[in-house]
Write a protein that binds this ligand. Structure first.
Ligand code: GLU
Length: 485
């Protein structure tokens, strides 16, 4: 235990590219621990086995490390409350499900997915929010035993009070009151014995002695379920703090369709982690104009969780660019700057992989910038005219770019083989030759129709940079397509 006893955590689910929103919540927790002389830990929440992958887990760890957010305990370094990956804790959760059944706080539900779907459809048709109707509450202990003995599949659901409301004080939102009749009888243990997020999250926060739970506001509506679980188990609940989500300048939810949201996108483009942390940290401090340039140390001194605005954190890329520029020019010494540039070029083996592909394609070293420079550029500046040289008309190029973009999102593990396989499958589906598909992609990804092999280049650049380049290419080509009559 720390002197202050404060223990906070970041609990990412490894189901996608590490998001700047995760860095934002992690930074809040990190600064909270630092300010209070407490501990910041990392737990991987991978109860959603179909969407969680080891590749994404590694990326989350790498991205948060790159941000400079060091954790005291975690799946990579262990600690006194491990394991820190929920899929490694399955046996820990099982007795707690049984405890709730024994105490009468939970019940077995035998409803089939078909019945549940029909129930929800009827509720929706009646204009009601879908929620479990409590059918299986009627079974006696004997009926449950005989169903179990007959091998009927079941899940464990929590009981919810039928009247009143759940009242609590959120560290950011203040007093909150949520009527119990709007809270669903949440599944706690799934048919395969694995806990759901809610169950695992509460048990782990308790066992890991977490004192403050700071997370995104999308979890505010789940607090009643969590508070109820703390009460059912007879445990002290942590202080909850729900931070407003980061938004685009137009107040819409930050999404990769509008702006790049992956931490890896910003590191690949040469943003420096101190500047990104500075930018995100400004949402948690009150400062006067002119005081924006802050180190992690200064952020933690000025950090004030009492003074956050609910108005939201606007992800203003121009401000990030401005801060990044100031960090490069004003904060890094000449040596530091040079070391950063080299580190950045070497990141993810980008330079080495680029040189490996270039060696057989040049006769003078000086040809390298033209051939492989696109691997390092933050902005390709592709002009619509670059696409005019492709045989396909702009309408067809646009169709290809727009088909490829969502399909590439389906690739689980991003590498040369999976990219090639997906693009071949797209060509088949569109009834086009592979070379017709790849021609516009070459230009979109490298800025030129003569460059390094496409699949390798896409793998080296990474998913988030490719996503952004394809999006910009679509916009460029759309300007060539005349209005439809
Ligand atoms: N695994 C959840 C997420 O990724 C964490 C929510 C929480 O912090 O309780 O959003």
């Amino acid at each position: 235990m720390t002197a202050s006893g404060v223990r906070v955590r970041i609990a990412p689910s490894p189901t996608g590219e590490p998001h700047v929103g995760t860095a934002y919540i992690a930074l809040f927790n990190y600064l909270f621990a630092k300010k209070n002389g407490g501990e910041f830990i990392l737990r991987i929440e991978d109860t959603d086995a179909t969407r969680s992958t080891p590749e994404f887990e590694q990326k989350v760890l790498d991205a948060l490390k790159w941000c400079g957010l060091e954790w005291k305990e975690g799946p990579d370094i262990g600690g006194p409350y491990g394991p820190y990956r929920q899929s490694d804790r399955k046996d820990i959760y099982t007795p707690y499900g049984q405890e709730l059944l024994d105490k009468g706080h939970a019940f077995r539900c035998f409803c089939t997915p078909e019945r549940l779907e029909k129930m929800r459809e009827e509720q929706r048709a009646a204009g009601k929010a879908p929620k479990y109707d409590g059918l299986c509450l009627k079974y006696s202990a004997e009926e449950v035993s005989s169903k179990m003995a007959a091998g009927e599949g079941s899940v464990i659901r929590m009981k919810i009070p039928t009247e009143g409301s759940c009242d609590f004080t959120d560290g950011v939102y203040g007093d909150v009151s949520i009527p119990w009749d709007s809270v669903d009888m949440q599944v706690l243990i799934k048919g395969d014995g694995m806990p759901t997020y809610h169950m695992a999250n509460v048990i782990d926060d308790h066992l890991m002695q977490i004192t403050h739970v700071a997370r995104g506001e999308e979890w505010l509506a789940s607090v009643p379920k969590h508070i109820l679980l703390y009460r059912y188990f007879g445990w002290e609940q942590p202080v909850f703090m729900h931070l407003s989500l980061m938004r685009n300048a137009d107040k819409s939810k930050l999404s990769k369709r509008k702006n790049p949201t992956s931490i890896s996108y910003y590191s690949a483009l040469g943003y420096i982690p101190e500047a990104l942390m500075n930018f995100l940290g400004l949402f948690f401090v009150q400062i006067a104009e002119g005081e924006e340039l802050l180190t992690m140390e200064e952020l933690s001194e000025k950090f004030d969780p009492e003074n956050l605005s609910k108005a939201g954190a606007i992800f203003d890329i121009q401000k990030l660019d401005w801060l990044n520029g100031r960090w490069i020019r004003e904060k890094l010494s000449e040596q530091e700057f040079q070391a950063r540039v080299l580190d950045w070029a070497m990141e993810n083996d980008r330079l080495k992989a680029g040189l490996r592909l270039s060696q057989s394609r040049i006769s003078k070293l000086g040809e390298l910038p033209d051939l492989a420079g696109f691997l390092l550029k933050s902005d390709l500046g592709v002009d619509p005219s670059a696409f005019a040289k492709i045989k396909s008309p702009p309408e067809e190029i646009l169709e290809i770019l727009n088909t490829v973009q969502p399909d590439l999102e389906k690739i689980l593990e991003w590498n040369v083989e999976t990219i090639e396989a997906e693009l071949r499958a797209i060509a088949d589906r569109m009834g086009k030759k592979l070379k017709v598909i790849v021609a516009p992609l070459f230009v979109a990804v490298s800025g030129s129709s003569r460059s390094l092999p496409l699949f390798d280049s896409m793998a080296i650049l990474g998913r988030s940079v490719v996503r952004q380049r394809l999006k910009l290419a679509s916009q460029a080509v759309a300007s060539l397509v005349g209005p439809k009559n």
